[in-house]
Design a protein around this ligand. Structure first.
Ligand code: NI
Length: 170
């Protein structure tokens, strides 16, 4: 397995819309394994392939406390169950050290393929439901900062640009 570099906001490559996976083959399974390793190493609870500059519809997640429940979502789709939304504070491995409350559907029904290419369905709520919606957004080129006011988004963009300049100068 290999750990992969994660793109950071405002990198324009994060705005790419990902293409569906046609066949879940060994190459896709390798991608999944690399993404899980990258996510766990970065102490994240979700990672979309978009974030490692691979523009295919692949997501990994683990919202457990002890990294014991890896979840693989290939070509995921979700539908809201009811129209209730809730605010939860979200972070993103592509926007480190920034958090903001984002409204998401409280409950969703997920449909996806697993690591073996088998279809599965899942009803999710709370943190898992938020995570599914957040990661799905990545595949569409959408980031949580897009839900914030332009002023807040600009403030985060400037801080991130400063961070990248410091990293370059170091
Ligand atoms: Ni994210």
């Amino acid at each position: 397995m290999a750990k992969l570099p994660i793109l950071e906001f405002p990198d324009e490559r994060l705005r790419t819309k990902a293409a569906p996976v046609e066949t879940v083959d060994d190459e896709v399974r390798q991608l999944v394994d690399d993404m899980l390793e990258t996510m766990y190493d970065a102490r994240g609870i979700g990672l979309a392939a978009t974030q490692i500059d691979v523009h295919r519809r692949v997501v990994v997640m683990d919202v457990s406390d002890d990294n014991s429940q890896p979840l693989v979502l290939i070509n995921p789709r979700y539908t809201p169950i009811g129209d209730e939304k809730e605010l939860l504070s979200e972070g993103c491995l592509s926007i480190p050290e920034h958090y903001a409350e984002v409204p998401r559907y409280l409950k969703v029904q997920l449909n996806a393929l697993d690591r073996n290419g088998e279809t599965y369905e899942l009803e999710a709520e709370g943190l898992l439901a938020h995570c599914i919606q957040h990661e799905y957004d990545h595949l569409e080129g959408v980031l949580f900062v897009d839900y914030l006011s332009p002023l807040k988004r600009d403030r985060i963009r400037k801080k991130m640009q400063k961070r990248h300049k410091q990293m370059q100068d170091a």
